[in-house]
Write a protein that binds this ligand. Structure first.
Ligand code: SF4
Length: 373
């Protein structure tokens, strides 16, 4: 059975009735038995699921995302992102529980500030799919679900008291697993703060639960705009008819959509795969924004590539893709010291008035500065 046939099997509960997004989220697979029914698991995956259910990052896979998995291929790039592996128990040097130092940068409960002009509001710890490379594996799916108005009040008061904050990233967990009304309450409270210019909504819903992107949700988001949607496609197979429709709906309602791809070993660590993904995103009017080196999250060594691999891929894509399709390659440095753009070196030397450059065709050219400046 191929991935498409599996997909039909998973979605074919009632061909007459299309389930709503909440029903679909509720039917997410969270048990070993459920996963065994959908996929032919390896011992490594079985061990991973048992471990995930007992400790650490839980497992949840929506019927939609499960339908994209190849039933028989454990190397399937979708499966690698959502099915736990026994290798998650292996720690390697450099692994960190909180790689971005978010706990140390918490300025109020559920509020992280790592840069002067922006903050991260952690509105929930729930996701419809728990990605096996999640930077917040330490907290997602662990404690309490959507944060109540009461629990978010100190964070909102802190933002209101800090006029340097111009950009609020509403994240979690995935804020789009919350009810639309609850999300709207949060967005309207952020919008009441005069110095906030931009709200960003960080969500994987277009990838793992595209039915969540309803016309009603989009109309609500438009009312509280400008809202930039930050999403997270990692492989061209995630660009299905359903996800493209969801993206189109967001863009048609006036939301700029940006994509952050995480570079994952065995999933997307080939220039051809990323080229297809970035071209597909641009066709969908989504800007490939960052290609992120995977953070050194505890238990993800099997999914990470050496940094040199990403640089090599960027070198191959430079010149092959236009600027709108080519993201920055970023390392988010450990302990929350901030993002660093990395890439191939195109500056060969500097001398007074002249800089020697290397082009994407490996030609060496001098750039001459204007005289007297
Ligand atoms: S959706 Fe985002 S927050 Fe949730 S598990 Fe995936 S990467 Fe982590």
């Amino acid at each position: 059975m191929n991935a498409q046939t599996t997909r039909l099997a998973v979605l074919s509960h009632d061909p007459m009735k299309k389930p709503g997004w909440r029903d679909e989220a509720r039917r997410a697979v969270t048990s070993l038995e459920g996963l065994e029914r959908a996929l032919a698991l390896t011992d490594n995956e079985r061990a991973g699921v048992v471990r995930a259910l007992a400790q650490g990052l839980p497992m949840s896979i929506t019927p939609y995302y499960l339908s994209l998995c190849d039933k028989h291929d454990p190397a399937c790039p979708i499966r690698l992102q959502c099915v736990p592996q026994g290798l998650e128990s292996v720690e390697v040097p450099g692994d960190l529980r909180d790689p971005l130092g978010e706990e140390a940068h918490e300025v109020a409960p559920n509020l992280v500030q790592r840069y002067p002009d922006r903050v991260l509001l952690l509105a929930t710890d729930r996701c419809s799919v728990y990605c096996r490379f999640c930077t917040r594996a330490r907290m997602v799916g662990q404690d309490g679900g959507a944060r109540s108005d009461e629990k978010l009040r100190p964070a909102l008061e802190w933002i209101a008291a800090h006029p340097e904050v111009r950009d609020v990233i509403v994240s979690g967990g995935d804020p789009l697993v919350m009810k639309t009304e609850r999300l709207e309450r949060i967005l309207s409270k952020v919008r009441e703060i005069q110095h906030v210019d931009t709200i960003r909504l960080a969500t994987r819903a277009p990838v793992v639960l595209p039915s969540r992107i309803t016309p009603g949700l989009c109309r609500m988001l438009r009312r509280h705009g400008p809202i930039w949607v930050m999403t997270h496609f990692n492989h061209p197979r995630e660009l299905t008819a359903e996800s493209l429709k969801a993206l189109g709906r967001l863009v048609d309602h006036g939301m700029p959509v940006m994509n952050q791809t995480v570079l994952l070993r065995g999933v997307n660590d080939r220039a051809e795969t990323l080229e297809a993904l970035f071209r597909g995103l641009v066709r969908a009017r989504v800007r490939p924004y960052y290609l992120l080196q995977t953070d050194p999250i505890r238990g993800t060594g099997h999914l990470r590539t050496p940094l040199a691999r990403g640089i090599e891929i960027m070198e191959r894509l430079q010149g092959r893709l236009s600027g709108i399709a080519l993201p920055k390659f970023i390392v988010d440095t450990p302990d929350g010291r901030g993002k660093v753009p990395v890439g191939p070196n195109y500056v060969l030397s500097h001398a007074p008035g002249v800089t020697t450059l290397r082009t994407f065709r490996n030609e060496v050219v001098d750039y001459i500065d204007p005289p007297g400046v």
